[in-house]
Design a protein around this ligand. Structure first.
Ligand code: PHE
Length: 449
């Protein structure tokens, strides 16, 4: 049998996993969610959730993948010796595929904004005109379709080139570039008049806004941002070489993910306050508020280009991981060559992305209940599929897989973090399933805190 691909270096491994976790979730979603949920208080809860819940889940996914040496669907069957558990793998693959569709649409908007930043289109517009301009763009249907197609083709090109030569090589350049841009933007932010107010909003906690819902929101955001609950880390875990320190990798990317989320907040909120805009505006924050700010800011056009290039790089390294989960499955289970598998899956994702774009045209009939398909996919995955996926992973890792296997994989046969394992394992087995179940039932109204 052909040797299975692995990531070459430790830096490469961190860059690829980091590339997956750092994405629209950090730059587009985190700032507005933190804004709506009380700023600094939310961030504190978010950090606790990341350490207590997300890192153990990531370590569990890595361990399952590395033990199985296969795509995520097969991994659950292999590690447990029972076929039924493949269901978790299938759920994850379906989740990744669905996310890929609407994710590409948002990334496509980002591409349009790179173009508009270069041409300086929105530099002379006021807030109302910027909104009308954006609505007109989305309303055409075909323009977002064109950009998402381009985005998916780019993603497919990287994935089709291979794990080490395509995915790893691309990430090794993309990640440092991204970090650099973000630091420049955050430094510029310090010079703005609203810096103090913006920073205080992010860094001074106000616990009066915190409810149980805040914890659920933080958990959902953390899972999304760390790409958990859909087999991405199982698939990537299967490419991690045996000698590597899993705790080191999971710790590094979680810290990087959190820092980048906060850095993007620091790059965005001072600007928001400097121009007297409401910090709690929703998903529009990046696409309506920021262009409005760039239009008024000194050197705004340059920062605008930088910001949307950043958004693009962050999103393509994440969409690569979404596509890879599905491609690894098709490639190994249907015995298609990697390129052919990528083409098939990429085309499928494109079809869904087209539906998402069309669903946002005025009077579109593509709706599920009161939601357009785009919003429906977003809510379906982040509120239901991902938390359920995360819950099943910890149940699987804690109750189905033998403890010895988890210990051997997680600690690389006793080489790294054996005492950390003694903390992580009971979290995985008892604490995390109870917390996720309780939060979930509370949300569904079946259980009241
Ligand atoms: N973690 C990525 C982000 O923060 C998004 C993502 C979600 C990627 C799920 C893969 C899987 O944007």
């Amino acid at each position: 049998m052909k040797k299975r691909s692995t990531f070459g270096s430790t830096f490469g491994t961190v860059a690829v996993v980091g590339g997956s976790v750092i994405g629209l979730g950090n730059i587009w979603r985190f700032p507005y969610i933190a804004g709506q949920n009380g700023g600094a208080a939310f961030i504190l809860i978010y950090i606790c959730v990341a350490l207590l819940i997300s890192v153990p889940i990531m370590l569990s996914e890595f361990s399952i993948g590395r033990a199985a040496q296969s795509n995520s669907m097969r991994a659950y069957a292999k590690v447990s010796g029972r076929k039924g558990w493949q269901a978790i793998g299938y759920l994850g693959i379906a989740t990744a595929f669905t996310i890929l569709s609407f994710y590409s649409v948002i990334a496509g908007w980002g591409l349009e904004f790179i173009k508009e930043s270069f041409t300086g289109e929105f530099m002379s517009m006021d807030a109302g005109q910027i909104k009308a301009n954006f609505d007109a763009f989305v309303g055409t249907g075909w323009q977002p379709i064109l950009w998402s197609t381009l985005f998916i083709v780019g993603t497919a090109f990287i994935v089709g080139t291979g794990v080490e030569k395509g995915i790893e090589r691309f990430n090794k350049y993309a990640m440092p570039l991204m970090f650099l841009i973000l630091v420049v933007m955050a430094v510029n932010s310090v010079t703005l008049s609203g810096f103090k107010e913006g920073a205080a909003f992010l860094l001074k906690p106000d616990f009066s806004k915190v409810t149980i819902r805040t914890v659920l929101t933080a958990m959902g955001q953390s899972f999304f941002s760390l790409s958990l609950g859909m087999g991405i880390m199982v698939t990537y875990g299967s490419y991690i070489r045996t000698g590597r320190n899993m705790f080191g990798i999971a710790g590094t990317v979680t810290v990087a993910d959190t820092c980048i989320a906060i850095l993007s907040g620091l790059a965005i909120f001072p600007a928001v306050f400097s121009f007297g805009i409401n910090p709690t505006s929703g998903p529009d924050l990046v696409f309506l508020t920021l262009p409005n700010i760039f239009a008024q800011m000194a050197g705004g056009q340059v920062f605008s280009v930088m910001f949307f290039v950043l958004l693009f790089v962050a999103s393509i390294t994440s969409s690569v991981s979404l596509l890879e989960v599905v491609v690894a499955w098709v490639h190994e289970e249907f015995k298609l060559k990697r390129r052919a598998a990528t083409a098939v899956v990429g085309f499928g994702a494109l079809c869904l992305a087209v539906l998402c774009c069309l669903s946002q045209m005025p009077d579109s009939a593509l709706r599920v209940g009161s939601l357009d398909i785009f919003t429906f996919f977003d809510k379906l995955t982040s509120l239901y599929m991902i938390p359920v996926g995360g819950f099943l992973v910890v149940i699987f890792a804690g109750w189905i897989v033998k403890k010895k296997l988890m210990r051997d994989e997680m600690t690389t046969y006793g080489r790294y973090g054996t005492s950390l394992f003694d903390i992580v394992y009971p979290l995985v087995k008892f604490v995390i399933p109870i917390i996720i179940a309780a939060l979930f039932l509370n949300e569904l109204g079946l259980f009241k805190w």
